[in-house]
Design a protein around this ligand. Structure first.
Ligand code: CA
Length: 244
């Protein structure tokens, strides 16, 4: 653990961490919702006669919906999707997601956030999601653990992940923090790329079906198999960070 932390500091020409906040991605980190997103995407593509696999949507996680649609359209039809197609398909995907999503949490997500909160760190959500009821959803499942004023959603940013803007804005909203004053918890390759591009130490938890290698290749500093393993590893990680 200590070597991984030192490697990060050396790479960024930093002498130490000054940890103040943990920035959490939402889908696949806090909520066990990626399986519903993937299922809804696959069924939408089926409805529009476009070939796809459920698994590939885990790779596009974090991408803006219309870009996912365009990517499939280009591959399957050799052309861009029209604005109307993007709108219709995204509407269909959203309907299906609302129907399937049961709001269940990733196992150990609540316990982990509570533990981080009890360590005296600010807990912040940085998501590409633009669901209108998102703040309520987070408050219902994680009462008083996240500060809604610091939250970054699809409504706040121009560029989605893998652009660094969401995580840079997360640092700013958390009190103009510098990259060495936070760590990021992500589950998706594009989210990891975004956090790494923002210069933040990034822990990936692999809660979906993709290969760990995809998360390492995206630049994750650590890849763990689950939120439970991060929960168990936290004291080791935190104590090493504050000792540096
Ligand atoms: Ca995610």
């Amino acid at each position: 653990m200590i070597t991984i932390l030192k490697d990060y500091l050396n790479k960024h020409d930093l002498s130490h961490f000054d940890l103040k906040a943990v920035l959490f991605d939402m889908d696949g980190v806090l909520f066990d919702s990626m399986k519903w997103h993937a299922k809804s995407w696959k069924e939408t593509m089926d409805d529009f006669n476009l070939a796809s696999t459920t698994e590939e949507f885990y790779l596009y996680e974090g991408m803006v919906g219309r870009n996912t649609i365009n990517h499939i359209m280009k591959r399957e039809r050799g052309r861009d999707a029209t604005d109307e197609e993007k709108e219709q398909m995204y509407k269909r995907k959203t309907e299906l997601f609302v129907k399937y999503n049961d709001g269940s949490l990733i196992p150990y997500a609540y316990d982990f956030v509570k533990k981080v909160h009890n360590s005296g760190l600010k807990c912040v959500v940085v998501t590409g999601s633009g669901q209108p009821t998102l703040i309520n959803k987070i408050n219902d499942s994680f009462p008083e653990l996240f500060d809604p004023k610091c939250m970054v959603t699809a409504f706040d940013v121009k560029h989605g992940k893998p652009h660094p803007e969401p995580y840079l804005m997360g640092l700013e909203k958390s009190g103009n923090l510098k990259p060495n004053q936070a760590i990021v918890i992500e589950n998706a390759p594009r989210g990891v790329e975004s956090a790494v591009a923002a210069g933040v130490f990034t822990v990936a938890i692999n809660t979906g079906p993709i290969d760990d290698k995809v998360l390492w290749d995206a630049g994750a500093n650590i890849v763990l198999p689950s939120m439970e393993s991060l929960y168990n590893e936290w004291e080791n990680l935190y104590n090493n960070i504050i000792a540096l």
